[in-house]
Design a binder for this molecule. Sequence first.
Ligand code: AMP
Ligand code: MG
Length: 271
Amino acid sequence: MTFADLLRVAPGSTPDLAAIDTRATPGFEGDKDSSRKRLKELRGELADFQERLWAESKQSLLVVLQALDAGGKDGLIRKVVTAFNPQGTRVTGFGVPTEEELRHDYLWRVHAATPGKGRIGVFNRSHYEDVLVVRVNDLAPEPVWSERYDQINAFEAHLAANDTRVLKFYLHISRDEQRERFQKRLEDPEKHWKWSSGDLDSREQWSDFQAAYTDALARCSTDAAPWFVIPADRKWYRDLAVAEILSEAAAEMDPQWPVAEEDLSKVVITA
Ligand code: AMP
Ligand code: MG
């Protein structure tokens, strides 16, 4: 079984988030040290893939990251996404929409940030906030956000039909793990910048967010754009699992080195 098979939300199924062990390490029997060795290999593979993707310039890869506060999106970007050459990679963070963004439909800013041919795009939060925080905090009425699941599926199918591979990762941490990570932030002055007062509000809304995530995962995991639920209490497993799934997708995308237009064996470099 591949990591993708183990962790994918089967299209049409509803994941039971509370029943998923966030400390589990599906598909991996080793410990932290051996995971870091494996990650090093995978980073090499991903770097090679990215160079071929760029050279071929026909396909794109879009990686969507979603998690609750302290879920580990930033750490994952540091440990895994940095395997890619920054020249061909763009990480886009989506925060509270600006006034201009609010004057457009919610996919406008998202579509503008999708990767072009040969490029890799990474979304730190995404259009899913428009059915997560928007739903939980009543930022739009239910008739508005409830239409969005189908709209999102259509949007992602459109990207996929236009040669963009879409992979979506939900980094799943437990309530206890979130408390520990928040506690560490409060105790370490070098982590205070990560703290926001809204973090405690969203912790109060834990079960509302779990419900909103469950619906997003159930309704928007499609063949064209699957969701993966990554047990993320153990950071090393989180990094490993995402890197394994990226590397499996890279093998399927299999970008090819372009063939030179002229016969290079005849090229002579002058003195
Ligand atoms: P951070 O990722 O910690 O920089 O925080 C970004 C904040 O922007 C989070 O609190 C998100 O919930 C919020 N956010 C992202 N997208 C939206 C959206 N479409 N509507 C409202 N808030 C959003
Ligand atoms: Mg935050």
